[in-house]
Ligand binder design. Sequence first.
Ligand code: GN1
Ligand code: MG
Length: 367
Amino acid sequence: MEQNELKRIVGHFAIRGTVSEIKPLGAGLINDTLKVKTAEPDQPDYVLQRVNTNVFPDVDMVMRNIYATTTHIRKKLEAAGETDIDRKVLTFMPSKEDPSKLYAVVDGQYWRMMIFIDNAITKQAVDPESSRAAGKAFGNFQAMLADIPVELGETIKDFHNMEFRLQQLREVIAKDPAGRVSEPKVQAILKEIDARADYMCKAERMGREGILPKRVCHCDTKVNNMMFDQQDNVLCVIDLDTVMPNFIFSDYGDFLRTAANKVAEDDPDMDAVGFNIDIFKAFTEGYLSSASTFLTRVEIENLPYAVKLFPYMQCVRFLWDYLSGDKYWKCQYPTHNLVRADNQLHLLLSIEKHEAEMEQFIADCLK
Ligand code: GN1
Ligand code: MG
């Protein structure tokens, strides 16, 4: 896009300073992100983002959630006497036309702006040290939001609902639009999925029984969704589009699904896939250090279940997309989604071997 066109979009927001330059930032796959530099040294730079409305159809809900979340965290930080708060929580800019909205619609596209956090770094890989920091930060994020006074919307309906994900899979099996259901590899994975289906839906059942609460969760807990300062301290959690009420298993389990896999989620070498117990230990220690203040016994007892649930759910989702004809995730080759599903199944099989060790470790953490 032309500078002038981008400046016109920025013109819809109430920001301080004069725009000097706008250029692409980062490599996000869902939203388009740009950095907006301002001319005055005492004014902040900004991040300009176009929201992907295919993934997030209700941008107004997304931004209301984000407003509630960030203002609540800001209040907590202020009450705790924190300094440098603009670097510890994201600050979104109001639209000029309607200051009650943190986004602007320009030519049918949804845009938003936030203050750019200076001198911060993001990480792609995790070692036990950064896993412990991540666990603590995500636990702290949930803890700060435990008493948020408003009810947040579900920005992607049934996003982590296991019963719904299995239902989606059954529907696509019945229709078989890509003619892939009878493939031997598909059948082999389906057999493993079926064997665990009932067990994996236990969170939904506990929810209905009223013994498992939904709390405000981040729902995309990856290490690259966190900013660190130059001394390796966590500054803040970013990428808040999926912040919504969920079982806390989402944040705990999904982090380990990616961080504690010895290889990437689409590595085709199934013998290399495996669960890294050191990452599990460090992340769990960090998480419990900040989250054990509000977690219930049922939530804590089921953390090992959460570790299994997310590779299982992702296996179901990747297989669903493979059987649908690869419509959701980008694929580099025809069996990419099938490889991803198989990889997640192998991760699950490896995790299942560590069950007793996980339980023991959690018990020791709480002593
Ligand atoms: C998607 O966009 P990304 O890579 O952060 C997906 C996650 C999956 C992940 C698997 C909105 O996340 O739920 O775990 O792919 N996000 C959405 O790679 O569907
Ligand atoms: Mg991200």
